[in-house]
Design a protein around this ligand. Structure first.
Ligand code: ZN
Length: 333
């Protein structure tokens, strides 16, 4: 066993030798890979330098900080939580420490980090016009229940508010339900596809176990778990590839922009961009996310959820997040 202190020192020395400032990516070598515990890993600092980033190791935090003129990323040893420009992004595999260096899963680079840092733009003329909003639950399925408050009602109210804000911003908006009905889960994204939706957003409110109800609050944005990767939330399906996996990169970029916008505008607690194989994400054939916009079980956050002014702010933050995604992904004029 290596003590935390010893490995901090080893990594610190390694990084001291390896931080000559920003390297030209054309001269930087490919990051080294290792294989252990049944998985492939990429040397995180070498990867950073090969992309022109600086990488620093903070000994007392056991944390790698990667920076460029545009981005700041934080990675903690033994943790699946990375912080990308102030937004928590849950990785499928924890950052590992081996041979005096920090390592990341290549799958996390391709499906979680690269899509945000290096978004691939759409071809010219392909624009985002139609947004499908999916108010969670409905009809026979009330969703979370706290006293007289039912999640299905607040999900619909948030969707109506978001429809108004998106329409004002120039989008066409369609909804999987406009009343207290229950469209089957897999039919919701399929219907969105038939109607030509460019993006799919499922809107929900969260709940925590009674033991954690007073402490757990904040916003989560889910996107489809990449094939064979592990989810942040294990509900919802096997790890085989699904239709929703064809758009892993765009799903992540959309989730990141929505989460970032909601945190910035609402000051809510950041529970991160997460992964799950929820049915509405599994069957989506357009970029899709599921937003858990706060906890109905939390004493103060629930009161915000039940207020129309807070839901209006949420709707505006969601709209700003979609506009940020649109700006990141559409071809430059
Ligand atoms: Zn729900």
């Amino acid at each position: 066993m290596i003590t935390a202190q010893a490995r901090s020192l080893a990594l610190g020395l390694l990084l001291l030798a390896a931080v000559p400032g920003t390297l030209d990516s054309s001269t930087a070598s490919r990051p080294s890979r290792i294989y252990f515990l049944g998985s492939d890993y990429v040397n995180l600092q070498e990867w950073a330098r090969s992309h022109g980033f600086q990488a620093r190791w903070t000994v007392w935090k056991e944390q790698v900080k990667i920076t460029s003129a545009y981005s700041t990323l934080l990675f903690d040893i033994d943790s699946r939580r990375a912080v990308v420009n102030g937004v928590s992004v849950w990785l499928s595999t924890a950052i590992a420490f081996r041979n005096g260096a920090a390592y990341i899963s290549p799958r996390d680079l391709t499906t979680a980090i690269n899509p945000v840092l290096f978004p691939v733009r759409e071809p010219a003329g392909k624009t985002i016009k139609t947004i499908c909003l999916d108010p969670g639950h409905g009809g026979k399925d009330p969703g979370n229940r706290e006293g007289k408050h039912q999640e299905k009602r607040y999900a619909l109210l948030l969707a109506e508010e978001t429809k108004a804000a998106l329409t004002k911003a120039g989008f066409k908006v369609i909804m999987t339900r406009t009343g207290d009905t229950y469209p089957e889960l897999e039919e919701r994204p399929q219907w969105a596809k038939k109607r030509g939706a460019d993006l799919f957003l499922s809107l929900h409110f969260n709940s925590a176990d009674s033991s954690a109800a007073k402490s757990v609050q904040g916003i989560e944005t889910y996107c489809m778990t990449p094939a064979r990767a592990s989810s942040t939330n294990t509900r919802g399906g096997t790890d085989d590839a699904a239709p929703g996996n064809r758009l892993d990169s765009k799903n992540m970029l959309l989730a990141y922009h929505l989460q970032r916008s909601m945190l910035g505008k609402l000051g809510a607690e950041d529970r991160g961009v997460r992964r799950a194989r929820f049915a509405v994400l599994r069957y989506a054939e357009m970029p899709a996310v599921l937003v858990e916009a706060g906890f109905m079980t939390h004493p103060t956050e629930s009161q915000k959820i039940y207020s129309s002014s807070y839901r209006r702010q949420l709707a505006q933050a969601i709209t700003a997040g979609i506009l940020a995604y649109k700006q990141a992904i559409e071809a430059k004029p």
